[in-house]
Write a protein that binds this ligand. Structure first.
Ligand SMILES: Cc1cc2nc3c(=O)[nH]c(=O)nc-3n(C[C@H](O)[C@H](O)[C@H](O)COP(=O)(O)O)c2cc1C
Length: 346
């Protein structure tokens, strides 16, 4: 059920969150998601506390005045460093703070951070406690499931999260060794929901109203969307409408192309480096092109673009000239609703 979400001392009007995605979740992405979907909040990508404190970069720390609430996601295995970083992001204007305890990447695990924290409950306790002691904001950890609940691994994590005073828990229903081909384990998410009195946010494989309903059936207080939010900033509104059995008018391909261009323009602005922004934007192509009939050709063509003008021409050529429109929209009269680029620039 879509309902208000109470996390620590904050209440959000809806219980759908846009989750953290490394290389994607900087301000332009969050701002577009806010403009078209109004999620409860959006997350930054995982930010190393060491980088944040010693080599801060605008692309990680910038919050646009026109975006919605932001949850900063931090990464470290040092409680003292986390305490400092927690104070720092509180001052930067974070609305919530999360610690990454799910990253499966070896480089992160070798440092004792990410999902490897799940094997060190004592450290995990100290880290959550360090966050709680250094901010008034709601704090959480985002985990992968650590095993099967009957093996007691997950119950140990649940106890630490609760004892250390986290305000909520985000659970991605996969073990760190599992790839995306392995389906999300809703039963383990439900285990955390039942084991904890704090809100649990369910995450994994939500992309349509059916997968949203399946996650909500775990009894979770809210859900987090990951990959499906990339290239369709309207997704959360679409899910809410469809859950309520209301008709949803999807944007036309032409409008999606314009959203992509707007995303790139904002990235150029943030990075203050056209070529870098263009190179980074290439990886968004497959997401924005989900409904494009000649998606493969588009994704190939975009790889030959090195500056904004060739990038824009490529997007315009493919998105404006395509006769196919996405299901649910006729593409003719939705410009007013969907794409007011000028509004974004206000
Ligand atoms: C490209 C990519 C980058 C990600 N970066 C992060 C990250 O920085 N922090 C994090 O907690 N999870 C990260 N994740 C995991 C997602 O937040 C999410 O937990 C996972 O994709 C499952 O949700 P989904 O099926 O809705 O995508 C990343 C996933 C992908 C695919």
């Amino acid at each position: 059920m879509i309902k208000p979400l109470h996390l620590g001392n904050k209440t959000f009007p809806i219980n759908i969150i846009q989750g953290p995605l490394a290389g994607v979740s900087c301000s332009p992405f969050r701002k577009l998601t806010w403009q078209y979907s109004r999620p409860a909040f959006s997350c930054t990508e995982m930010i190393s506390c060491n980088t944040l404190l010693h080599q801060p970069q605008k692309r990680f720390t910038y919050i646009d005045p026109k975006e919605g609430p932001v949850c900063f996601q931090l990464s470290t295995d040092h409680p003292k460093e986390l305490a400092e970083a927690t104070k720092h992001v509180t001052e930067l204007g974070a609305d919530l703070i999360d610690l990454n305890c799910g990253c499966p990447v070896n480089k992160i695990r070798r440092k004792g951070a990410g999902s490897s924290l799940l094997t060190d409950p004592k450290k995990l306790y100290q880290l959550i406690y360090a966050m709680k002691q250094n901010t008034h904001l709601p704090v959480s950890i985002k985990i992968r499931v650590q095993g099967n609940s009957d093996e007691k691994f997950n119950s140990e994590i649940a106890k630490v999260v609760s004892d250390a005073g986290a305000d909520f828990l985000v659970v991605h229903g996969r073990h760190w060794t599992e790839q995306y081909e392995t389906p999300c384990r809703h039963d383990e998410i439900q285990f955390f929901v039942e084991a904890l009195s704090i809100p649990v946010i369910g995450n994994g494989d939500i992309s349509c109203v059916g997968s949203l309903q399946k996650m909500l059936a775990t009894g979770c207080a809210g859900v987090m969307i990951g990959r499906a939010g990339v290239g369709q900033p309207w997704l959360i509104r679409k899910l809410i409408s469809e859950l309520a059995d209301e008709k949803f008018e999807a944007p036309s391909l032409e409008e999606i192309g314009k959203m992509f261009i707007e995303h790139v323009l904002q990235l150029i602005d943030l990075l203050n480096h056209e070529k870098l922004a263009i190179l980074q934007s290439r990886k968004f192509a497959k997401y924005y092109a989900r409904k494009l009939p000649n998606k493969t050709e588009f994704c190939e063509a975009i790889n030959y673009c090195f500056d904004f003008s060739s990038f824009k021409k490529c997007v315009d050529d493919f998105f404006e000239n395509s006769p196919i429109v996405p299901a649910g929209g006729n593409g003719s009269n939705q410009r007013e609703n969907w794409l007011n680029v000028e509004k974004l620039k206000e």
